[in-house]
Design a protein around this ligand. Sequence first.
Ligand code: RRO
Length: 311
Amino acid sequence: MATIDLTTQIADVKFPGFILNASGPKCTTEQELVEIGNSASAAIMTKSCTKLLREGNPEPRYQVLEQGSIQSMGLPNLGYEKYLEILPRLAEFNKPIIASISGLSISDNVAMVSAFQQSNADLLEVNFSCPNVPGKPQLGYDFEQTEKALAAICEVNDKPLGLKLPAYFDFNHFDTVAEILAKYPISFISTINSIGNALVIDPETESPVIRPNNGFGGLCGNYVKAIGLANVNALRARLPEHIKIMGVGGIYNGTDAFEYLLAGADAVQVATCFQEQGPTCFARITLELSMLMASKGYTSLAAAKGKLKRL
Ligand code: RRO
């Protein structure tokens, strides 16, 4: 089989592959991050951190579903200082390290982005789209606050910077967010986060399947793939070329990854599938993508990237 070069690049950082873990599942503790280091994930992405350690929301807070999952984890993490301690110990894996940051306020984000400047994180991903902290709306749905936060973060940041965005559903919103992002020195976006405030009901128990927030949580997996593809493709069409796109949402196999590539993704992140199958999923999806592309006669990512054929 012809091997396909699946290496990719964001800002000046070279990634050894196209497929990495998404912030969220199994990337909170040092042991979990080491397991990602030992896997075929093209990078090590951390769970979004806050200034202080958080236990997260009450359980049950994650439920696998027939075609995906719903969760309201509530940002459980060790606190940013712990990640600053752990990151140097991940350098041995020789792959990019992405620190995900999710402040509960603009000043928290500025403080943590400042603190990570001195770290060995290769890239920072600031989360503008956590749907699961009661009383904290998703920043990415408030364009005024998005711009304010971005301006403040960029003042203190010199690392390649990415934003984790919520799903948008309106062409006006794609236009607006792209216009804002283009004004700032951003290297990438990751789109989409889980689709917030979904409600899954178990008819047997007549209850929601998760406890926090009256059962409302972020919907993930196959259910959201079409929305993820739309967000990648709509934003690719609107953003300057230097802003790269990591596609997220419903990637379980090589075909899913290929669809994100056609939509314009420069890399893809895996969440629910990693949660359910563990770290071997990265090698499997990578192999499936290579085999699919080879069978179609592609020899590079570039040949297919963004090459969706419109009807
Ligand atoms: O921890 C969470 O509940 C969570 C976060 Br920070 C996020 O960005 N997206 C999500 O679906 N869950």
